[in-house]
Design a protein. Structure first.
Length: 154
Protein backbone atom coordinates (compact mmCIF):
# COMPACT_ATOMS: atom_id res chain seq x y z
CA UNK A 1 0.00 0.00 0.00
CA UNK A 2 2.92 2.33 0.63
CA UNK A 3 4.48 1.75 -2.79
CA UNK A 4 1.36 1.36 -4.95
CA UNK A 5 0.86 5.13 -5.39
CA UNK A 6 4.40 5.40 -6.79
CA UNK A 7 3.76 2.93 -9.62
CA UNK A 8 0.09 3.22 -10.57
CA UNK A 9 -0.44 5.46 -13.60
CA UNK A 10 -4.19 6.05 -13.59
CA UNK A 11 -5.04 7.05 -10.01
CA UNK A 12 -6.69 10.33 -9.23
CA UNK A 13 -4.52 12.59 -7.09
CA UNK A 14 -6.81 12.34 -4.07
CA UNK A 15 -6.82 8.52 -4.23
CA UNK A 16 -3.04 8.47 -4.67
CA UNK A 17 -2.58 10.63 -1.60
CA UNK A 18 -5.03 8.54 0.43
CA UNK A 19 -3.22 5.32 -0.49
CA UNK A 20 0.16 6.79 0.42
CA UNK A 21 -1.17 8.08 3.75
CA UNK A 22 -2.75 4.72 4.51
CA UNK A 23 0.45 2.82 3.72
CA UNK A 24 2.55 5.24 5.75
CA UNK A 25 0.31 4.99 8.80
CA UNK A 26 -0.21 1.21 8.51
CA UNK A 27 3.51 0.61 8.67
CA UNK A 28 3.66 2.53 11.96
CA UNK A 29 0.60 0.74 13.33
CA UNK A 30 1.99 -2.69 12.42
CA UNK A 31 5.25 -1.76 14.16
CA UNK A 32 3.32 -0.88 17.33
CA UNK A 33 1.35 -4.14 17.16
CA UNK A 34 4.54 -6.15 16.59
CA UNK A 35 6.23 -4.49 19.58
CA UNK A 36 3.19 -5.31 21.70
CA UNK A 37 3.33 -8.93 20.51
CA UNK A 38 7.05 -9.11 21.32
CA UNK A 39 6.50 -7.84 24.84
CA UNK A 40 3.61 -10.28 25.35
CA UNK A 41 5.71 -13.23 24.17
CA UNK A 42 8.83 -11.95 26.01
CA UNK A 43 10.82 -11.72 22.81
CA UNK A 44 13.40 -9.07 21.96
CA UNK A 45 11.83 -5.88 20.66
CA UNK A 46 11.77 -5.84 16.85
CA UNK A 47 11.98 -9.61 16.37
CA UNK A 48 8.38 -9.87 15.08
CA UNK A 49 8.57 -7.15 12.42
CA UNK A 50 10.75 -5.95 9.58
CA UNK A 51 13.97 -4.09 10.23
CA UNK A 52 13.62 -0.37 10.91
CA UNK A 53 15.69 0.47 7.80
CA UNK A 54 13.30 -1.57 5.64
CA UNK A 55 10.33 0.19 7.19
CA UNK A 56 11.97 3.56 6.52
CA UNK A 57 12.67 2.52 2.90
CA UNK A 58 8.96 1.77 2.47
CA UNK A 59 7.74 4.93 4.17
CA UNK A 60 10.04 7.33 2.33
CA UNK A 61 8.46 6.91 -1.14
CA UNK A 62 4.99 7.14 0.41
CA UNK A 63 5.95 10.40 2.08
CA UNK A 64 7.36 11.65 -1.23
CA UNK A 65 4.07 10.91 -2.99
CA UNK A 66 2.15 12.72 -0.25
CA UNK A 67 4.42 15.73 -0.65
CA UNK A 68 4.00 15.70 -4.45
CA UNK A 69 0.22 15.46 -4.16
CA UNK A 70 0.07 18.56 -1.99
CA UNK A 71 2.75 20.75 -3.56
CA UNK A 72 3.06 19.83 -7.25
CA UNK A 73 2.66 22.21 -10.15
CA UNK A 74 -0.61 21.96 -12.06
CA UNK A 75 1.00 20.59 -15.23
CA UNK A 76 3.51 18.29 -13.48
CA UNK A 77 2.41 14.65 -13.49
CA UNK A 78 5.30 12.19 -13.04
CA UNK A 79 3.05 9.13 -12.97
CA UNK A 80 1.65 9.30 -16.49
CA UNK A 81 4.75 8.44 -18.55
CA UNK A 82 7.35 5.78 -17.93
CA UNK A 83 7.64 3.18 -15.21
CA UNK A 84 8.29 3.99 -11.58
CA UNK A 85 9.28 7.60 -12.19
CA UNK A 86 9.01 8.47 -8.49
CA UNK A 87 11.40 5.69 -7.45
CA UNK A 88 14.92 4.66 -8.37
CA UNK A 89 13.65 1.69 -10.42
CA UNK A 90 14.02 3.48 -13.77
CA UNK A 91 17.69 4.21 -12.95
CA UNK A 92 18.27 0.57 -11.96
CA UNK A 93 16.66 -0.58 -15.21
CA UNK A 94 18.96 1.66 -17.23
CA UNK A 95 22.07 0.41 -15.44
CA UNK A 96 20.85 -3.15 -15.95
CA UNK A 97 20.46 -2.58 -19.70
CA UNK A 98 23.99 -1.17 -19.83
CA UNK A 99 25.50 -4.05 -17.84
CA UNK A 100 23.85 -6.63 -20.11
CA UNK A 101 25.92 -5.32 -23.00
CA UNK A 102 29.15 -6.37 -21.27
CA UNK A 103 30.44 -9.94 -21.26
CA UNK A 104 30.99 -10.14 -17.50
CA UNK A 105 28.66 -7.37 -16.23
CA UNK A 106 31.71 -5.42 -14.97
CA UNK A 107 31.76 -2.30 -17.09
CA UNK A 108 34.92 -0.30 -17.54
CA UNK A 109 34.55 3.45 -17.96
CA UNK A 110 35.02 3.13 -21.71
CA UNK A 111 32.52 0.27 -22.02
CA UNK A 112 30.00 2.18 -19.90
CA UNK A 113 30.25 5.30 -22.05
CA UNK A 114 29.93 3.28 -25.27
CA UNK A 115 26.93 1.34 -23.96
CA UNK A 116 25.34 4.55 -22.72
CA UNK A 117 25.85 6.22 -26.12
CA UNK A 118 24.23 3.23 -27.89
CA UNK A 119 21.28 3.35 -25.51
CA UNK A 120 20.91 7.11 -25.99
CA UNK A 121 20.85 6.70 -29.78
CA UNK A 122 18.26 3.93 -29.52
CA UNK A 123 16.07 5.99 -27.17
CA UNK A 124 16.40 8.99 -29.46
CA UNK A 125 15.01 7.00 -32.39
CA UNK A 126 12.14 5.67 -30.27
CA UNK A 127 11.27 9.14 -28.95
CA UNK A 128 11.36 10.68 -32.40
CA UNK A 129 8.79 8.14 -33.65
CA UNK A 130 6.38 8.68 -30.74
CA UNK A 131 3.34 10.84 -31.10
CA UNK A 132 2.93 13.72 -28.70
CA UNK A 133 0.69 12.79 -25.79
CA UNK A 134 -1.53 15.35 -24.23
CA UNK A 135 -0.98 16.04 -20.57
CA UNK A 136 -4.00 16.43 -18.37
CA UNK A 137 -3.51 19.26 -15.93
CA UNK A 138 -4.39 18.22 -12.41
CA UNK A 139 -4.52 20.69 -9.58
CA UNK A 140 -2.62 19.74 -6.42
CA UNK A 141 -4.67 18.94 -3.35
CA UNK A 142 -5.71 22.00 -1.42
CA UNK A 143 -4.97 22.33 2.26
CA UNK A 144 -8.59 21.62 3.13
CA UNK A 145 -8.72 18.47 0.94
CA UNK A 146 -5.50 17.18 2.50
CA UNK A 147 -6.73 17.98 6.01
CA UNK A 148 -9.99 16.14 5.29
CA UNK A 149 -8.00 13.08 4.15
CA UNK A 150 -5.92 13.20 7.33
CA UNK A 151 -9.03 13.50 9.48
CA UNK A 152 -10.68 10.55 7.71
CA UNK A 153 -7.54 8.49 8.32
CA UNK A 154 -7.72 8.98 12.10
Amino acid sequence: MALAPCFHTALRLKDRCELALTGFICLDLFRILADDLCSGMQLPRGSCYMASQTMQNLQTPALGVITLCVSKEKSFNPWVFGFGRTTELCIEQTFGMLRVQSRNAQLSTRAFLQADARLAMKNSKVLNREKVRTMVDEEPLTDSEFLLLCILMS
